[in-house]
Design a protein around this ligand. Structure first.
Ligand SMILES: NC(=O)c1ccc[n+]([C@@H]2O[C@H](COP(=O)([O-])OP(=O)(O)OC[C@H]3O[C@@H](n4cnc5c(N)ncnc54)[C@H](OP(=O)(O)O)[C@@H]3O)[C@@H](O)[C@H]2O)c1
Length: 241
């Protein structure tokens, strides 16, 4: 099928940052495939044009295959993948269970790997493409009082592997970048104390979803930027405050 519009895939697109990305990409005239375990039930996303929804667990290869196939069969190409699906499970390190490890590795590491593998074939044929993955600023700047070794263990692999892939696929003109947010106002923090969370950034507030979306559009337009990790964290990665 011939399609003149750019095409994006967004994982974890039913809520929070992913939903913000999906809606902003549609507004910017992208065709979008959005995926999450329950996305087809989302009332926000009913009957929107240039949008296809795929339900599935991001940790399973079969979901990545279905999502990529949906993009190609409906829109003919894949210009941008946003690896956003992810979990945050803060706990003292010694309390993480075997189940926690399996869940976090599937959701944060396997999802990044399987989905990225599936888009590379089409992007190599196009000789162009871009993969943006959502990490966390805690990878570069852990914070006392927020024990998050397992999120850091799983998310740091995304940042490091993106740099590796930026080198491996540069000859195909495929770029890899990551965004490291501080705390963002999403349903993930629905029960959070915003006043306390605001103290986790030198600028003294949490981020809005639109600020993460802006970072993604900056990277998407910055054709000479690859292997970059863009912090959107009010300066938290810069040092002590
Ligand atoms: N919010 C923050 O402060 C913050 C800070 C740093 C990094 N991040 C990262 O940003 C990303 C988005 O966070 P958010 O705050 O927007 O989260 P959110 O509002 O809780 O949304 C999470 C999304 O991921 C999907 N998801 C979760 N597990 C999944 C799985 N196994 N398979 C498929 N989809 C799955 C959820 O949909 P379903 O339930 O339908 O599957 C939902 O669409 C995450 O990777 C998170 O680690 C967030």
């Amino acid at each position: 099928m011939k399609n003149q519009l750019p095409v994006a895939i967004v994982t974890g697109a039913s809520s929070g940052i992913g939903l913000g990305m999906l809606l902003a990409l549609l507004k910017a005239d992208y065709c979008v495939v959005g995926t999450s375990r329950t996305i087809s039930a989302s009332s926000d996303l009913k009957n929107l044009s240039n949008l296809k929804l795929v339900d599935g667990d991001a940790g399973k290869k079969e979901t990545a295959v279905a999502v990529s196939r949906t993009a190609i069969e409906n829109y003919g190409r894949i210009d941008l993948l946003v690896n956003n699906a992810g979990m945050f499970l803060p706990k003292p390190f010694t309390e993480y269970t075997e189940n926690d490890f399996e869940l976090m590795i599937a959701t944060n590491v396997a999802s990044f790997s399987f989905m990225t593998q599936q888009v590379l074939g089409p992007m190599q044929k196009q000789k162009e493409g871009h993969v943006v993955s959502i990490v966390t600023t805690l990878v570069n700047q852990p914070i006392r009082g927020i024990p998050a070794a397992l999120p850091v263990l799983t998310k740091s692999t995304m940042a490091a592997t993106s740099k590796e892939l930026a080198i491996e696929f540069a000859q195909d003109n495929i770029r890899f970048n990551t965004i490291s947010p501080g705390t963002v106002r999403t349903p993930m923090h629905a029960d959070g104390n915003i006043e306390e969370l605001s103290k986790l950034s030198p600028l003294g507030r949490i981020a809005e979803i639109s600020e993460i979306v802006d970072a993604m559009f900056y990277l998407q337009g910055a054709k000479f930027v690859t292997g970059e990790n863009l912090h959107v964290d009010g300066g938290a990665h810069a040092g002590r405050w």
